[in-house]
Every structure is written in C-alpha cells, then in structure tokens.
Ligand binder design. Structure first.
Ligand code: THG
Length: 805
C-alpha cells in the first residue's frame, strides 16, 4: 500500500505526468470537441495516455477532467452527464494506476470571473467546484489538482469549497503567471501563496505559461512567504507553429536543467504541462534518481502574520515596521459617511481608501456598522470597492458574524478579521469563519466579565483565545492580540496597564500584538498630541500593528521616528524618504491634495474608477460652461490615458483598468444626452470574435470592453464563431477592423484560415489577433496587421493603426 501522498513527499520528490490534451488530439480528439466526453465514448484512448505516463515512471497520474465543471461541460451540452464524466475520469486513471501511482483529479478554471470583476458570485463559484470535486472524490481520487487558474479569487473559492467537502483530501493548487511575473489580474506569486496556504491548500505552485525557468522564478517568490511543499509543472517552452503544426521547443533534457534548484527550493512534485510527453517525463524522472531528495528546511521566519490582497502582501511582526491600519473607514462620528452607507454609495470609502494608503497605511480597517442598514450588504460593497481601488490587504471590523462572512466571501486575499473576543459565544461564531475563509484574526482581551483590570487578567483571556483558535485549526502566528486601549481621561491608570498587558502577552504567548491607539485620547483636547505619545510608548513596548488615522501628521511622525529608533527601518530609508524635502521646517508629508479644477477632478474620477461621482462631475463641468467635447477630451480622456500609463508600469492592474473604463462609460452616457443625437464621433467599428473550436472568451471580452470605452463601436460575435459568420458580418457591417482571439495552440491556426477567407472574399479591413499563446512572430506569419499582448496594448495599437488618437 502506498503511503498517503503528504507523507510520501516528505521522503522523496514525486513525478507527476505530462500533457493530456495534446496527446488526445493526436489520437482522435477533434477541435471543438469536449476532451472530457472521451471518458465516456473513447475510454481506451484516455487509458492509453495514462498507461504511457505510468510506463514513463510517473508517480501521480492526472485524470482527464480539467474541463469537467458544470460551467465548461455546458458549452458542449454535457452538463447533465457531469457526475458520469468525472467518475469515469477517475475510474479510467485508477484502473491504469492500480496501487502503483496516485490518481490526481484535475480541475481547471470555469472561464469566468468572480464578482465584481466578473458576474459569478462567490457562492455560485464555490458550488461549481463543490459539485465537480465531490464527484471526483466519491469516485476515489487520491488528491485534487487545481491547474492553470488565472484568477486567485476563483481558485480561493475553489479551495474553500473542496476543503469544506473534505478536511483531509490533499489539495494541489496551481496558478498560471505571465512573463511579467503576475497573473492576468495582477496577482503576485507571494500574494497567491499566502492566500492559498490560508484557505488550506497542501501543495502550491505554478503550471503552464513560462517554461521551466519562468516557473522557477515564480516558485522562488512564493518560497519567501510559505513553508508549504511546492509543485512545478512547466510547459515545454512557448509553442511555435511550424508548417501548420504546433511544436513545443523544450527538449526533455531542458526540462531537467532546474532539478537541483527545484530541490533546494523545496519543490516536492515535478511534472509537465503543455507540450511535455511521456518521453519528457521519463527523462525528468531518471534525472531525479541518485539525487539527495530529503526535505530541506525552507520558508519565511516563523511568527510572522502574513496578509494578502489580490496583488500584494504585508508581513506583520518580527523586524517588520509596525503595520499601520488606517481607521478612517468607520462611521463613528462621521455623519456624511453614515448617510452614504444608508444610500449604498461607496465614494467616501474609495476616497479614504486611497488617501490612507497614500499616507502610509499598510492595511485598511473596514467598519460599516451603522444603524438602519444591511451591514452584510454594505460590507460586501465596501470590500468590492476597496479590492478594486487599493493594493492594501483589508481588516474587516464588525461585531456581526454575518457581515464578517459577507466580507470574507467578497475578499480576494487573506484578510484580518477584527475581531473575536474571549467570550465563548464569540469564539464559537467567529473562529470557524476565520478558519474556513483563510483569514488571520484579532483577539480582544475581554470576555463575559468585561475587560480585566489587570494585565495578568488580560493575559489569561488572550491565552484562552489563542488556545481556542488552535483547536479551531488557526495557528498562533495568525492571531494578533489587542490588549485594549482604554480612554485615559476616564481611567488614568489604564494606559500603563494596557502596555504592561502588551508586553506580557508577547513574552508569554509569543503572538503579535495590535492596538486601536486613538481610543486613548477621547475627551481630551488636542487628541493627536496625546495619541502620538501613547503610540510611541506602545511601539517601544513591542507593538506590531496599530489602528490609527494615517492622515494625522503627529501619528505618522511618531511612527516613522519610532521605526528608526527601534531599528525597524533599515538605514532609516523610509524616514529619509518621507522627510527629505523638509529640512528643519517640519511640515507634514502631505497627502496628495484633490485637484480643485474641474478637468483635474474629472480625470481623477476616471483614474480612481469613481462611477458614483463621475456623472455629477460631468454635470458640474457642463454647468461651468465646458462643451461636451471639452469634458471628454480635456477631462475624461487624459484620465484614461494616465490609467494606461500606470498599467504599463504595473502600478494598476486589469480590474482597475476595467473599472476606469466603466466610469468612462457612465460619463459618456451622460454626455450623449447632452449632445442630443449628435453623438461623440465613433473612432471606428470593430468586429470581434473567438474563432471556431475555441470557447475561451475572457481575453476577448476584456478587449471589447476597453475598446468600447475608448470610443470604438464594437460588434462582438462571441466565441466559437465560424469563419463564414465572421466573413459575412465583416462585409455586411463594413467594419474598420476584425479582431480574432484564440487561447489554445490547437485553435490558433483557425485564425489563419479566417484571415485567408477574408482576403479571398476581397474584404479590405485591418486585422488584429491575440490570445495567450499568440506571438508577434505568429501574427506576422499569418499576415495579421496587428498583434497585441494584452487588452491595453490592443487599444493603443488599434488607435495607431486606424490613425484615430
Ligand atoms: N481595537 C480593535 N478595533 C477597533 C478599535 C480597537 N476598531 C475601532 C476603533 N477601536 C479604532 N478605530 C477608530 C476609528 C475612529 C476613531 C477612533 C478609532 C475616532 N473617530 C473620531 C470620533 O469618533 O470622534 C472621528 C474623527 C474623524 O473624523 O476621523 O476617533 O481599539 N481591534
């Protein structure tokens, strides 16, 4: 009997098999057919592929179920046979593997995005994966392997769903990254690793995309923030088209060049993705023989609380600077914000989110509790808004478990839950949420009896929280204890007791600490003066995170100074950066002021994606006498151009770009009313389609959205569109350009066919091609006028090409 997978990888590195789809195509799968249907009508072919990988020495064979989700099967009308197809996939693999290899059940992405970038809710997404995974687990899979995910939010939902089904089934979770080292929606490998570990993946890594060197770089970045075993599943380089045939350039030997470095990094499973064959796997397996495969000690230093957003991460504790948690998204004492919350608006949240981050907040506290609202719905809106606005991980501040759960579903990283107390009821309600959704948590030093007077009393409550969390499966590194700041004007001995408790908690429990600092000064004049001094004392006592107003000069002065004095700001570089221009005249490092001029405010609204505000700004501009064309050309478009520049520099990512584009659309809709039919001049009419045989349209849809919002008229024919239809529509509609998309190496040759057909039909139009594996070289070869790597580039190039800037 083979030992359980997670034990086996402690002793040796396992080899996982290579590509499935390309081999099935060689053996009879036609373009446009469902590979998974072969489990039912051509099981011998599938078994044959498995057998070859077994013979090549694979320790794990992966089932033919990558597209076996309801979402994917429904493209082929096969959704009602989901259970049958997935069970058959496991059965076929098991018959071949017997007890000699593990059966990994493959699950791929749905091809859709989770809200707010896409239209699937968290619950819908989780249900899709729960359904497929339960069929695979029931049929006896040894592990689940999530492959080729592009969106961390989708993969996070998937892992959560499977963890709920089974606490013990090993989960392998892999994302695919671009050559800029980020996922399509901008996730860094570090953010991905932190998020996946938190939701309970056992083995994480990357597949496809970059070839073996690229995968190595991704895994090395992940290793900085996780001690989990890693998996490397590289493709055999980027596909090239030779004489109409797709070839992958990397030889079997090239796939072994990184073996030693993989071993040093703690990679415990090595496999192959697109373009790898049984021969690649045999050579990769042989190259491992004779190497020291013992597991090395790897990962970040212990005791850090790691938090993530979709794009970035923050480490709390150790020698890291005190993590500043911006407190201003909180309706306490803010009438304007409270009434916005009642109206369902998010402008205040967007503005305060970005201003606090500019002012130095590493994390953002999100508190939307105010009487008379649906707090769970408000929390979801706030989290959706902030995840599209700032890269800071979030701190969900609520006493309502329903609101916390709504926020945890809406989030796309590892958030900090604020908070759980030592009360049994709170522990029982909140800790399971923290565990399920992969969060860290603030533990308050109070229980049914209230806040203990003495430091020792608070330590005892803190110990109870840490203990209960441990029992719920939450490690102590993921707990921050708040020893509770009391108002010093009411209880003057309280301040020193809080700090004594902080020191005790750190030394006895070894956990990280947090305080809501500004509570100290309620009821006193010049609050920031005393808050800042208390803050300094707390930092000296070893505080790791602080909930403060980062726009308060004195607080940030205290923070930056303390970080130098406590040796948590290496070479004083953050301090110098903040104050270099000040000389002796102490001025606050200013928060970027809002532009007052209307054109600047229009541009800012587009840059920030402020859809709520943009229409009233447009109206304001019109009232000031600006012509609609001026509003567009001098206000809105410069904003969109700035977004493009920031995208180029990796400062913003696709979701923000799309959000800005939607803001433009809202503004244009208002301008159009003004122009009463005159209309803003269209920059050109563009026909878009994913070619026949290919059902992937994420990339194409993004291009459509952006083109529209840059003033083009877009006719979107959808996916799996025949050459006939494209040619007919192109001639009927007299389009200025035709844009073709194909994701797969097997369908990109259809683009050439369409271009030939357009030519022979005598249709004079520009052509543009794109898709994950399409290159400039390929575009040139098939005679396309234009190739774009991503949607922003597509817009820029089509503007150039059509000469309409
Ligand atoms: N511990 C933990 N969480 C917390 C607190 C804590 N969350 C809430 C609070 N305390 C920290 N947040 C705030 C937010 C606002 C203010 C103080 C603490 C504040 N507001 C001003 C007022 O009410 O007068 C409004 C001023 C303004 O406009 O900013 O002072 O201790 N775990």
């Amino acid at each position: 009997m083979k030992p359980a997978l997670l034990n086996a990888i402690k002793d040796r590195v396992l080899v996982l098999d290579g590509a499935m789809g390309t081999l099935l195509q060689e053996r009879g799968l036609k373009p446009g057919q469902s590979p998974e249907e072969m489990n039912l009508n051509m099981p011998d072919i599938v078994a044959g592929v498995h057998r070859e990988y077994m013979q090549a020495g694979a320790d794990i064979i992966v089932t033919n179920s990558f597209g076996g989700s309801r979402e994917k099967l429904s493209h082929f009308g096969l959704q009602d046979r989901l259970k049958e197809i997935n069970s058959a996939a496991v059965k076929i693999a098991r018959e071949v593997a017997g007890n000699a290899a593990y059966v990994g059940a493959s699950i791929g992405p749905t091809g859709r995005f989770v809200e707010p970038v896409g239209d699937m809710s968290f619950d819908q997404m989780a249900a899709v994966f729960r359904e497929q995974a339960s069929a695979l687990i029931e049929a006896g899979a040894d592990l689940i392997t999530f492959e080729t995910f592009l969106d961390i939010k989708e993969l996070r939902a998937a892992v959560i769903a499977v963890r709920e089904l089974s606490a013990s089934i090993p989960i392998v979770a892999m994302m695919t990254f671009d050559d800029n080292g980020r996922s399509v929606l901008g996730s860094s490998p570090e953010a991905v690793a932190i998020t996946l570990e938190a939701v309970g993946a056992d083995i994480i890594g990357s597949n496809c995309g970059l070839g073996v060197e690229g995968i190595y770089n991704i895994l090395a970045a992940m290793r900085k923030v996780t001690g989990l075993p890693l998996i490397a599943q590289a493709n055999a380089g980027l596909p090239q088209l030779k004489d109409g045939v797709t070839v992958f350039p990397a030889s079997p030997e090239e796939m072994t060049f990184y073996h030693d470095r993989f071993l040093d990094l703690g990679v415990r499973i090595i496999g192959g993705c697109c373009g790898t064959t049984p021969n690649h796997i045999r050579v990769m397996k042989d190259a491992l023989a004779g190497k020291d495969q013992s597991m090395c000690q790897v990962g970040p230093s212990s005791g850090l609380t790691l938090l993530s957003s979709r794009t970035g991460y923050v480490a709390v504790g150790g020698d890291n600077p005190v993590a500043i948690i911006g407190e201003r998204i909180n309706p306490t004492g803010k009438k304007g914000f409270a009434s916005e919350l009642r109206e369902g608006k998010v402008s205040y949240i967007r503005k305060e989110g970005s201003e606090q981050v500019s002012a130095g907040a590493a994390l953002l506290d999100v508190n939307v509790g105010t009487p008379g609202i649906d707090e769970a719905a408000a929390m979801e809106r706030a989290v959706f808004c902030l995840t599209g606005t700032v890269p800071a991980p979030l701190v969900l501040d609520s006493s309502s478990p329903e609101a916390l759960e709504a926020g945890l579903k809406a989030a796309d990283g590892k958030v900090l839950v604020n908070s759980v107390s030592g009360e049994d009821k709170s522990l029982a309600r909140v800790l399971p949420l923290v565990k399920k959704y992969g969060a860290a948590v603030i533990g308050l030093a109070l229980d049914e009896q209230g806040i203990p007077k003495t430091a020792e009393g608070r330590l005892a409550v803190a110990a109870k929280v840490v203990d209960a969390a441990g029992k719920a499966g939450i490690p102590s590194k993921d707990i921050l204890i708040d020893s509770l700041t009391l108002t010093v004007s009411a209880e003057q001995k309280g301040a020193m007791e809080t700090l004594r408790a902080l020191r005790l908690v750190k030394s006895s429990l070894g956990v990280n600490t947090v305080l809501g600092v500004s509570n100290i000064s309620f009821g006193l004049p010049a609050r920031p003066v005393i808050s800042a001094v208390f803050f300094s004392m707390a930092m000296a006592a070893g505080l790791d995170a602080a909930i403060i107003n980062p726009k308060e000069r004195q607080m940030m002065d205290a923070f930056r100074s303390a970080m130098v004095l406590l040796n948590r700001d290496e070479n004083s570089s953050a301090y110098i950066e903040a104050y270099r221009d000040l000389g002796d005249a102490v001025q606050p490092p200013s928060v970027a002021a809002m532009p007052v001029e209307i054109r600047g405010r229009l541009a800012a609204a587009v840059i920030n994606g402020d859809r709520d505000q943009v229409v009233s700004l447009v109206e304001e501009a019109l009232a000031e006498g600006l012509a609609p064309v001026q509003v567009s050309n001098e206000g809105l478009l410069p904003g969109l151009e700035e977004v493009g520049k920031r995208f180029e520099k990796n400062q913003v990512f696709l979701p923000q770009v799309m959000r800005s584009a939607e803001t433009m659309q809202a503004a244009f809709a208002r301008l159009k009313q003004e122009m009463q039919g005159v209309g803003l001049e269209s920059k050109g009419r563009i026909l878009m389609a994913t070619v026949e045989g290919d059902i992937h349209d994420i990339g194409k849809n993004i291009v459509c959205t952006l083109l529209e919002n840059h003033g083009f008229e877009v006719v979107d024919l959808g996916k799996n569109v025949s050459a006939d239809t494209i040619v007919r529509k192109a001639s009927e509609l007299q389009v200025d350009a035709v844009g073709l998309s194909a994701l797969m190496t097997t369908t990109m040759s259809e683009m050439e066919n369409v271009l030939d057909r357009l030519k022979s039909a005598g249709i004079k139009t520009f052509s543009m091609v794109g898709g994950a594996v399409v290159t400039q070289e390929y575009a040139d070869r098939i005679g396309a006028d234009l190739y774009a790597r991503d949607a922003m580039e597509a817009v820029a190039r089509i503007k150039e090409l059509l000469g309409r800037n």
